[in-house]
Write a protein that binds this ligand. Sequence first.
Ligand code: ADP
Ligand code: MG
Ligand code: MG
Length: 916
Amino acid sequence: MPEPDFDKATSDAKQYIYSFAGGSAEGDASMKNLLGGKGANLAEMANIGLPVPPGFTISTEVCTYYYDHQKTYPENLFEQDIPASLRKVEQELGKKFGDPENPLLVSVRSGSRASMPGMMDTILNLGLNSETVEGLSRKSGNARFAWDCYRRFVQMYGDVVLELKPTDKKQIDPFEAILEAKKHELGIALDTDFSVDDLKEIVAKYKAAIFEKTGRNFPENPYEQLKGAIGAVFNSWNNDRAVVYRKLNHIPGYWGTACNVQAMVFGNMGLDCGTGVAFTRDAATGDDIFYGEFLMNAQGEDVVAGTRTPLKIEQLKAENPEIYNQLEDIRSILEKHYRDMMDIEFTIESNKLFMLQCRVGKRTGVAAIKIAVDMFNEKLISEKEAILRIEPEQLNQLLRPVFDLKAKKQAIEDGRLLATGLNAGPGAATGKIYFNAADAADACKRNEPVILVRIETSPEDIKGMAVSEGILTERGGMTSHAALVARQMGKVCVAGCGALTIDYQKGEMRVNGSDIVLREGDYLSIDGSTGEVIAGEVPTKNSEIIEVLIDKTLKPEDAPTWAIYNQLMEWADRYRKLNIRTNADQPDQAETAITFGAEGIGLCRTEHMFFGGERIDAMREMILADDIEGRKTALDKLLPYQRDDFYGLFKAMGSRPVTIRLLDPPLHEFLPHTEGEIADLAAKIGKSVETISERISDLHEFNPMLGLRGCRLGILHPEIPVMQVRAIIEAACRLKKEGHEVVPEIMVPLVSTVKELEITAEIIHKTARSVIAEQGTGIRYLVGTMIEVPRAAITSDQIARAADFFSYGTNDLTQMGLGMSRDDSGQFLPTYQQQDIFARNPFESIDIDGVGRLMSISAKEGRSVKPDLKLGICGEHGGDPTTVEFCHKTGLNYVSCSPYRVPIARLAAARAALQS
Ligand code: ADP
Ligand code: MG
Ligand code: MG
């Protein structure tokens, strides 16, 4: 008779269980997909010899199987594999699962690839029943402890597996009700004060509650308990909480969760026992200190439950130096092993330390950067790894002004939080409310800090925005005018705060549905990182980086955070391939951007240069002129302003490249709106109110976004680009004479056919040639175009013939590519994102499949004609890390973004280069 082939039987079967018992583990940290984060790290800790209670991990494939097979398990899992794995644990500990004399108890813990806090409650002390609880009591000589375990187990099992825990947070958990009633009856506050008999009584009441609710007795059989708990873990993968969490965090449903079964260790056995959680470094500051909390005579989540106040980890040093030193050793072993800051959970049983969990710790942006740079200095990681550890957005926390956190908390506790809007421009600002740009400017002259509060902003508000500490709007999204300009200026901005009603006439701002009203001159504080709007003053402070770089009020050597930032930026610059430019139209913006590392200007919007004082008057005179002569006269008045502006900008930028976009917006944007303004203008320029009103209605367009704007303006009124080009070239010649070489890049907006570009380029060249001849100074300049109309993108081979460079204007390219107006998208985009139509707002992060594809086609077509065609991006997307990565992959030469996003783009570019 042939012998049964056991080897064959096992090697054919898929391995569903990975044990960590007997001093080694079958898994390791690299197996997160299969074992989940918790299981993989428990295995890893066991492998490196740390004291981990033995157990095993049921893999995520069992979860997938469970859902693919009508909630059933692979063959033999409960009949063979799990009992066999339990045997290993029993052997190691000399205990037996379900044994009435010396019972093994286990915990059943979920754990997916990505940590999903609060997805499912862990079940502890599983294996207890009316028999084994007596055995545990005799064996430990501690009946109170045994019944405390049993009480906890019945409650957790009842809540999680038998589903007695109410899903509605307003309803109260039946077990908590029983527990509280008993505490009340005895006049005690803490679980630890219950006697054995109290606990027995509570358990009996728990069981009665379970019978009443389910019509069944609490399961006595430990294997039945185990099967129920494992099923609950897998079911929890699809509970409402988990589904919502996954959606928010882009975790796919097919990953599934693993399930860990682990021998219990007891922190609730007396005063030489305890449980705690810790970070191997300070997760808020990144400081290299051991940071944690613990409780003696406690189990599981007692530390975070808040019923007893946990103690600081330093106190353990005083109370139990031996355990503390052991923990310190483990801290350093873990950091050296994982080469990162770790978050750990531990339990002390009768003066013996056990590790129950470790994972890479979450941290603030400041801490992330400090830890990465410190770990490089400690030779734990390379500079490349340091770069890859930091999410570019985290840099924001180092750049923006911040509220004094204590003061802000107090203000909120005092009920001063009025509303929360969109966190459109990060940072903290506090100042007096003004409702229009002129009043804001006056207040600024009186040295008052200003918060400009507008229903929404338009280009005329720019002056007021520039003098304000922060901007608050009632309407508009993350890419509204207010948000866009605020970020370019580095201003704090809370946009779209619909919970407020702003009344310009009354000069007040009301909190909807309340009688709270704030008036002009009242103090207001806004947090552009969180969107919070707070009444009154909350003290703010500048970030250290700003004090060193911009204000120069701090010496680098006195600024530890600056040193870390600077180190990181040096590394980033070493690896990135993309150049980083900035969007700026004022010399001070340009200077700020340079200190942040900008290597040029990718977009100077000339329309901003037409606002303010006499410029706007001349501009209006030009628009309202009856004939070309009239227009030329007005343009002559604008010329010196423009020339000075360009001169200032070129000078601030030194030899760095500057791209200047010719006038882009429709003309009606420059005209007055209200009757009063029209009358004022009429008086000023000697035209009748009727004439002006008529001209305004002539210029009215049904769809200005697609109307007379961009290069179309210059083709209809060549005198406009002639004036602008003259100003640019004259400024450049003047600098040349002063010994500075500048190469202006003149950019034509809104081109859709090569012919448009050829006509405009001809105007540019003719003007430039004549200015150069007049000035007698030779300068070089480039002529290029924005690619922001889909037709231009797909005919880029033709357009490249007439262009020295392309710059992707992704705001318009997105609007036209998607047929979606940015300023109206607030109506439907939130719903779209909810339904996953777009993973991200396409106006913030480039729509890679659509708009990105247009860009790739254009880049390829353009370079097929001109291999060294210079390519860049100048839309708002230029500062978005995902877009930066895309631009790197597409082979662009540079990205251009608002000054305060330059460091973020530098880092994002380095990460893109290192990742590809
Ligand atoms: P979560 O994923 O929510 O952190 P865990 O599975 O880590 O849940 O369990 C929560 C807590 O339960 C742990 O921090 C630990 O204190 C306790 N715990 C889990 N397993 C055991 C065990 N085998 N022995 C003792 N305590 C345990
Ligand atoms: Mg945990
Ligand atoms: Mg555009």
